[in-house]
Design a protein around this ligand. Structure first.
Ligand SMILES: [Fe+2]
Length: 327
């Protein structure tokens, strides 16, 4: 496998490209100086505080707690209303677009989703899922010409825990533990499952690196402590309205532009708005964190679905509690 002459970022080696074709994910070190990474991290913490204090509109809450507003993500994070100076400088130095051109073997791609994950200091585990239909898994083409979407995690601190299914265990491969039926039932059960430990990679990234992965592969978000990492999605040959931020070397969908005014006219309904969870949910989440009875209740309620996907894994009873295990 050779790199295309037109796209040749010095940080991407041939073995990185080979690894991506084989596993569907790879880590690349951005080679940005430590001082800037630390300053960026300080700004990200500040962005979270500002979002909470200024009642910023766009973001998500997964597990809210009784006495702690556990904001999980900030959406539209490049917007002037929330983005801080060191974050802009970080993007201008990181030149992520230059790396992505190597993988797409093209410069015609657009960032269509940008999210800053900023969960508080709790253990968190999401539900296994795919972000897209999974036809032709692992078929990227020898020049990676068939890659249509890539997802990128940007790590400002060492972070592991993100899980991604190994090729052999994927739908249609030799040790497959998942198919369309399992995917659908798993969505209905909406509970984090624990498959055999050999079936997935536990990945993430070191401080100052990115994880590039194929969002069609079955994956599960997971962390053992607070986190501040970006998730960006890029689509090849995107036809919608696009723009470019001065501090970035890639196109973004129009509403991710730094200067777009944040109102209902400009921002599609698909971008979630921050809304604290009900008092009762926060109470149950808080109690469940040290005594997982709410988890037991959820498993009991969805038992039919959960038992129908036993071939995939067991319900992870300690997920989203103090007792959640890393592996
Ligand atoms: Fe995902």
């Amino acid at each position: 496998m050779k790199k295309n002459k037109n796209y040749n970022d010095f940080r991407v080696s041939n073995s990185d490209l080979i690894q991506f074709n084989k596993f569907g994910w790879v880590n690349i070190n951005l080679q940005v100086e430590d001082d800037l990474i630390n300053r960026t991290l300080t700004d990200l913490r500040l962005m979270r505080e500002n979002a909470i204090n200024s009642k910023y509109n766009y973001g998500r809450i997964y597990y809210d707690y009784l006495f702690d507003f556990n904001l999980a993500s900030i959406e539209l994070p490049f917007n002037n209303q929330i983005c801080l100076e060191n974050v802009r400088e970080f993007f201008s130095k990181a030149k992520i677009g230059s790396i992505l051109s190597d993988f797409f073997n093209s410069d015609d791609y657009t960032c269509t989703l940008a999210r800053l994950f900023c969960m508080g200091d709790y253990k968190y585990r999401g539900v296994w899922h795919r972000d897209h239909n999974h036809k032709n898994l692992f078929d990227y083409g020898s020049q990676r010409e068939k890659i249509d979407r890539l997802q990128v995690g940007i790590y400002l601190e060492d972070q592991t825990g993100f899980r991604i299914l190994k090729k052999d265990y994927e739908d249609g491969f030799s040790k497959s533990i998942v198919n369309n039926r399992v995917t659908q039932i798993n969505e209905k059960s909406f509970f984090p499952m624990q498959p055999n430990k050999n079936s997935y990679y536990s990945v993430g990234g070191q401080k100052g690196s990115i994880l590039i992965f194929d969002p069609k592969i079955f994956h599960q978000g997971s962390n053992q402590r607070e986190r501040f990492d970006f998730h960006l999605k890029f689509e090849k040959n995107f036809k919608g309205a696009k723009a470019i931020n001065l501090f970035q070397d890639f196109n973004v969908v129009s509403y991710l532009h730094e200067k777009i005014k944040l109102n209902d006219k400009n921002i599609p309904d698909s971008i979630p708005k921050i809304k604290r969870q009900q008092f009762s949910t926060r109470l149950f989440n808080s109690l469940n964190y040290s005594l997982p009875l709410y988890n037991l209740y959820k498993i009991f309620k969805k038992y039919n679905y959960i038992s129908a996907i036993r071939s995939f894994g067991k319900p992870d009873i300690f997920s989203n509690t103090f007792y959640q295990k890393e592996q």
